[in-house]
Design a protein around this ligand. Structure first.
Ligand code: NDP
Ligand code: HSE
Length: 430
């Protein structure tokens, strides 16, 4: 039943990169809001940690440092959480949901750990909890997974889902920029998390993979279930070797629903330059989805930043406003109805790129090949180059092998006196 509402009041918790962007996009759409949402949308309060911070872009009369101003205002029906972090965000959101307010959030840190609790609270209180911006910024991916692709059995969700690291790897590859310089630039542009360790160590991408995997496979995956490896050990030498092999290095998130369980991992990956993901550069993200009816689909767009992220948040706000207006809140509760087993990283299968410095003497290459072979690690290609001072560099790419076997081979190699340095190990997309 349609409700007679002319204006829906909202509060925004956070006025940083994303909060500021949400404010701007709502101003940009002001004249069309009634037509798009069926009602006007009015910002009543903006919560910040400290009002004296310089805020050139928002109406300062709306600012408050006190969450009680929001929770106690019965006219506020939608609360937008763009503060970040676990607490107090979790408590504030739960209090809003329990008070009958719908919530829109971009907070993957929180959702990847407490998603079920928040969705259950929304359902129990018959309100909406939406989080499109939590995964891959501007790219619509939560809604497609939750709605448009429901006719499928989805077996793979894979992609580049962290803008900061993709920006860094692109700058290192294309402009020869150093890691620290590229990270500083990504931070300046508002792409990086408050603690950029989350970006460069793969945690941010891991959170997004947990959220997308849960929805795609209808089985709860939390942050702790995800194997994560960052890009801090990637060197310009690795990037150059990748180029020589017609590949690029990307931080890939891979979630697969296999017959033996679900695997969810994030790690730097060599990917052939002809693969569509190889040309996803700068802050752009892309997500591949494979379903039994769909076949393949790729979603591409800006994965971070003020307006792109706000684009997803405002889409959610308008959707909730429509649901309030149409009297159909709480249609999008938790969609996890299965309990699939999660595989450990040792159980996965992949190709591996390995680069090592060895003693340059007769029989070493044969020994390396022998140790790999003894562990059932077959080699796709191997090269050896002199590296000076009586050493040589061996670079090999394996066939698809089990991670457990590959690790056993590396452990044995590391114990050999002819190995001077195990310089680099990177998984290869297969
Ligand atoms: P910022 O650090 O730029 O902004 C955070 C805002 O929240 C600030 O205004 C801050 O107040 C306020 N805040 C933080 N803690 C509190 C608190 N305890 N009480 C009241 N206010 C608080 O973060 P972003 O805008 O970059 O990110 C916000 C969220 O969006 C995060 O969850 C992030 O992961 C997510 N996200 C970010 C993207 C991006 O591109 N930046 C993309 C997609 C998602 P004050 O200004 O006073 O410090
Ligand atoms: N820090 C994140 C990124 C923001 O770089 O992708 C978007 O979630």
């Amino acid at each position: 039943m349609k409700n007679e509402i002319n204006s829906i009041k909202i509060a925004i918790m956070g006025a940083g990169t994303v909060g500021g962007g949400v404010y701007k996009v709502l101003q940009m759409r002001k004249d069309d809001m009634v037509q798009r949402a069926g009602t006007d949308i009015e910002i009543k309060k903006i919560l910040v940690k400290s009002i004296p911070e310089t805020r050139k872009d928002v109406d300062s009369s709306l600012l408050t440092e006190n969450f009680e101003d929001i929770i106690s205002d019965d006219s506020i029906q939608i609360v937008v959480e763009v503060m970040g972090g676990i607490e107090p965000a979790r408590t504030f959101i739960l209090r809003c949901l329990n008070a009958g307010k719908s919530v829109v959030s971009a907070n993957k840190d929180l959702i990847a750990v407490h998603g079920r609790e928040l969705l259950d609270a929304a359902e129990a209180n018959h309100v909406d909890f939406m989080f499109e911006a939590s995964c891959a910024g501007a790219i619509p991916i939560i809604r497609p997974l939750k709605h448009c692709l429901l006719g499928n059995n989805i077996t793979e969700v894979m992609g580049i889902v962290n803008g900061t690291t993709n920006y860094i790897l692109t700058k290192m590859d294309q402009e020869g920029m150093e890691f620290d310089e590229a990270l500083a630039k990504a931070t300046e542009l508002g792409y990086a998390e408050a603690d950029p360790t989350s970006d460069v160590e793969g945690l941010d991408a891991g959170r997004k993979m947990a959220i997308m995997g849960s929805i795609a496979f209808h089985s709860r995956i939390t942050f702790d279930d995800v194997y994560m490896e960052g890009i801090t050990h990637i060197t310009s030498k690795d990037i150059k070797y990748a180029k020589d092999m017609d590949c690029v290095i990307k931080l890939l998130g891979i979630a697969r629903n296999t017959e033996t369980g679900v695997e969810v991992r994030v790690h730097p990956t060599l990917i052939h330059k002809t693969h569509p993901l190889a040309s996803v550069n700068d802050v752009f993200n892309a997500v591949f989805v494979h379903g039994d009816a769909l076949d393949d689909a790729m979603f591409y767009g800006r994965g971070a930043g003020e307006l792109p992220t706000a684009s997803a948040v405002v889409g959610d706000i308008i959707d909730v406003a429509r649901n309030i207006k149409d009297g159909c809140l709480a249609r999008n509760g938790c969609s996890c109805y299965k309990e699939l087993p999660i595989k450990t990283i040792d159980e996965i299968e992949s190709k591996y790129f390995v680069r090592m410095l060895v003693e340059d003497c007769a029989g070493v290459l044969a020994n390396v090949a022998g140790i790999l072979g003894n562990n059932e690690v077959s080699i796709e290609q191997i090269i050896q180059k002199p590296a000076g001072s009586g050493t040589a560099e061996i670079v090999a790419i394996t066939d698809v092998v089990r991670e457990k076997n590959f690790k056993a081979a590396i452990q044995t190699l590391n114990g050999m006196s002819f190995i001077k340095e195990m310089s680099s190990i990177i998984r290869v997309y297969a």
